[in-house]
Design a protein around this ligand. Structure first.
Ligand SMILES: [Zn+2]
Length: 274
């Protein structure tokens, strides 16, 4: 298990019942849900960060309905291939810990242990993550200023979260793995076609990243059949499209009770090499 470090002095934080404390006496209270806020207020400009509550709740509802279960299984299989004995994982931008809690269970079923730490900038997401009670220590922090010492982790998961690759490199051990999930060009095209007259394709970032060696890319897709307006609305609201769409277009799916749309992903595995 990798401990958080103090955002003030950089020493390791020890966990106590209601707070975390470093040897210099800096203390950080746990929230009533159990996560700790390690975001330094002087480094932040606004009170609320990250995904808002509507988006977080929509995502939790959608994920808990199991529509992306195939993706979680796909991720677990790939992690096991590169990290067969488990190890220390960081879920960077963990959201509600849907993927990393599944990963813990996946390894546990095989009698292996992974230690996962979760970091997200959204308190709302961490509130839901805490409620999963999956034993993942959780902190509010920026992915660009992670509360961990250099070369701590065997693997960093970067699942639909910002690319803080330089910082991921810092906290990974040499030879450790950075594992990303990237939506492909046609991802959710069916949903977009229901909303936009001219649906656009997603931009897919280049696979090469500085200082990392890309050791594996693997694609998976699934035709999602959403058979309730609630499921369609949840999917829409958990995407960035919702927030970029005017109210007239948002209303186009208000009476839609069935939608088929393709989900298409690529998992990319990178190895840190000095
Ligand atoms: Zn300290």
């Amino acid at each position: 298990m990798i401990n958080f470090i103090c955002p003030v002095c950089g020493n390791e934080l020890s966990e106590e019942e209601k707070l975390y404390r470093c040897e210099e006496g800096h203390c950080f209270d746990k929230s009533r849900f159990g996560y700790v806020n390690l975001l330094q207020s002087q480094k932040s400009s606004s009170k609320r960060h990250g995904d808002d509550r509507l988006m977080v709740r929509a995502r939790r509802d959608f994920l808990d309905s199991g529509y992306y279960g195939f993706l979680r299984d796909f991720l677990c299989g790939i992690c096991e291939k590169y990290l067969p004995d488990g190890g220390d994982f960081l879920d960077a931008g963990c959201g509600e810990c849907y993927y990393s809690s599944g990963l813990k269970s996946y390894y546990a079923e095989k009698g292996k242990e992974v230690f996962v730490s979760g970091v997200d900038i959204s308190k709302d997401a961490l509130e839901y993550a805490s409620k999963r009670k999956s034993g993942i220590p959780l902190a509010v922090a920026s992915l660009f200023d992670l509360p961990f010492a250099d070369e701590s982790f065997d693997a960093v998961l970067n699942i639909f979260s910002p690319d803080a690759d330089k910082e991921f490199y810092r906290v990974l051990k040499n030879g450790g793995y950075l594992i990303k999930i990237i939506p492909l060009e046609n991802h959710l095209l069916g949903l977009k076609a229901a909303i936009y007259d001219n649906p656009y394709l997603n931009d897919v970032p280049d696979a090469q990243i500085e200082h990392f060696v890309c050791v594996k890319t693997s694609q998976d897709k699934m035709n999602l059949c959403l058979d309730s307006n609630e499921a369609i609305q949840s999917l829409f609201r958990m995407t960035p499209y919702y927030y970029k769409t005017g109210i007239d277009d948002q209303q186009k799916i208000n009476n839609l009770n069935y939608l088929e749309t393709q989900a298409e992903f690529e998992i990319r595995v990178y190895r840190k090499e000095r």
